[in-house]
Design a protein around this ligand. Structure first.
Ligand code: AMP
Length: 420
């Protein structure tokens, strides 16, 4: 038997209720905050991710699914959505219509990471991006919105972690101080961090290796290096969160894995999922639109990890699958023909209907109706058809009554309306 690819997974119908519940709530709150949906291709030119995420990041160095396309071009299955949304914002001239755009997209991402619980090679994200707003109030608003969504979904054990990564004006001094400190402790760093120390020292702050973590404890904090503008921006974000009563932790080690972030960076972390503790993350990326060939426009966004959120909700609040309103149990060839028409009529009227065409005994059919938790069963055999009627059984009260065939649809609609 051919198995699925390692690190990939099937999302089965039993889990879909939870996924749909999350997506429905997320879309409702995003739309209430003025976001519009955008759908983008899963495949982009490799260059897009190299230029945006950064050459010296884990994603670009080792995690992308890349293959040759036509001509000399390399293509990549998107490892994240921001770069694609920025590309569309520029390529479709959305900025020319209105530089302020609030966009969201839902779909799969692909990263060749080492698979483990909560970490997959195809995973799903809900992404939201805002273009054209430099005010720190939008940073705070995104976090307020995220927090409200998680409250509505009743996810427990979450905390907001927030940091400022500074800007091209103030970050170099911090980078230098960090670099000096890392050089002085190079002997205690893992092989990866010895390399990162030279290529991208900020990434060392992300490292989970215990010996690196010990070194990081004494690392300088970006907040001590913020220029006046960045400090003011960060203060407004945190004080606005306080105004909206969103609890947060200042986390000076939070750098996030991508190069394009500046100023506000945040993550929503959980205590419930072991090592893979981030359920959502985001930040400001003011320079990226310009780097990718567009006008100079500020931007900020976040991504929610749907797989992890669904895992959390499955543990705490499993969603019930909706049950059939009606199950049609028909016995005999003629009854089956007739029941086929009824099932079409009922389903087309919006009534959730199940029918069994296998020609099983009435006992077996009733057992199946029970297993599906059907609310009502229509029982039709050749005798009932001769009488021009069908038996309707209420599976809760066990009451049965014959109903003339021509009144069946009205009758079912009526009892469903009364029952709900
Ligand atoms: P990132 O784009 O790395 O900031 O990720 C944003 C969110 O996507 C994270 O907070 C996770 O919830 C989720 N995520 C990232 N990578 C994976 C993965 N490999 N498997 C499952 N979820 C992921």
């Amino acid at each position: 038997m051919i198995q699925l690819v390692r690190g990939f997974k099937d999302i089965l119908p039993d889990e879909i209720q939870t996924w749909k519940h999350i997506e429905k709530r997320a879309v409702a709150i995003l739309e209430a905050f003025g976001f519009r949906e955008i759908r983008l291709p899963l495949l982009e030119k490799t260059e897009l991710f190299k230029r945006s995420i950064g050459e010296y990041t884990d994603i670009v160095e080792k995690e992308m699914y890349t293959f040759p396309g036509s001509r000399e071009e390399l293509l990549t299955l998107r490892p994240e959505a921001t770069a694609s949304v920025v590309r569309a914002y520029i390529q479709q001239h959305m900025y020319a219509v209105d530089p302020v755009q609030k966009l969201f997209t839902i779909g799969p991402m692909f990263r060749k990471e080492r698979p483990q619980k909560g970490r997959y090679r195809q995973f799903y994200q809900i992404n939201a991006e805002v273009f054209g707003i430099a005010s720190p109030l939008i940073d705070a608003q995104l976090i307020v919105m995220l927090w409200a969504l998680f409250q509505q979904l009743e996810v427990a054990g979450l905390t907001v972690h927030i940091n400022s990564l500074g800007c091209p004006k103030c970050r170099p001094a911090f980078k230098q101080a960090l670099s000096d400190m890392l050089q002085a402790n190079a002997g205690d760093l893992c092989a990866d961090c010895q390399r990162r120390m030279r290529t991208n020292p900020l990434r060392v702050l992300d490292c989970k290796v215990p010996s690196c973590r010990k070194v990081i404890v004494n690392a300088p904090s970006m907040v001590d290096f913020l220029c006046e503008d960045c400090a003011r921006h960060f203060n407004t974000v945190t004080s606005s969160l306080e105004k909206q009563k969103v609890p947060y932790i200042l986390n000076h080690r939070l750098v996030r894995g991508l190069d394009y972030y500046c100023r506000t960076a945040f993550e929503i972390q959980t205590t419930e999922l072991g090592a893979q503790n981030a359920v959502a993350g985001g930040g400001r990326y003011d320079g990226l639109v310009e780097i990718l060939g567009g006008p100079s426009q500020p931007a900020i966004g976040f991504a929610i990890g749907l797989d992890r959120l669904a895992d959390l909700l499955k543990q705490s609040k499993p969603q019930k699958e909706s049950v059939p309103d009606v199950f049609i149990a028909c016995i005999g060839e003629t009854a089956q023909q007739q029941a086929f028409t009824w099932s079409c009529t009922l389903s087309l009227s919006g009534i959730k209907t199940e029918i069994d065409f296998t020609g099983k005994s009435l006992k077996a059919l009733m057992k199946r109706a029970d297993r599906l938790s059907a609310r009502f069963v229509l029982i039709a055999g050749d005798q009932e058809l001769k009488d021009g009627s069908v038996v309707v059984r209420n599976m809760e009260t066990k009451e049965q009554m014959p109903v003339p065939i021509e009144e069946m649809l009205d009758h079912i609609q009526q009892i469903l309306a009364t029952a709900s």
